[in-house]
Design a protein. Sequence first.
Length: 184
Amino acid sequence: MKMREYLIDKLLLLTLHVGCMLLLAGFLYATGYEPQFCVLILIFWILILMLWFGYEYYSRRRYFHELWETLNKMEQRYLLGELMPVSHRLEDGLYREMLRISNKAVIERIRQIEDEQKEYREYIESWVHEVKAPITSIDLMCENCKSDALENRGGCSSPDSSGKPEDRKLCGYGALLCQVGGCV
């Protein structure tokens, strides 16, 4: 922060002081005070005003310099609101609190997005598993029917399943799936 920037920021206050000085000087001159007393009062006013602005400038400059140093030393710069130097000014305290609230909201939003991504990833993984399981069972049925067809050349009738109609029906479905899928 430079003195010129600080004075530009305080331009309205400076304008108010200059206006008040002119009004006071005009009033004092109109009421009969001698001009040298008016000038003396204005000189003291200007001197006190310069001392005040100088003190304010250097205290603000020191505060912001400390703030910049803190920011440059940090790895996680979004936590600046937590590490801001303490200031006696109301304005600084309000900024600090706003930064804390804002940072907290950002961190919560990031966690929410991470949770949503995790849930989506788990959903996709479970969906893939649900799709793979029937495909794998159909593939195994085709392999079984293929091996049965090669052994018996008569389809899926094996000595173990010759008496059970459910086995023949299951094997018939498997053979049908194999023909549709191109296994045989």
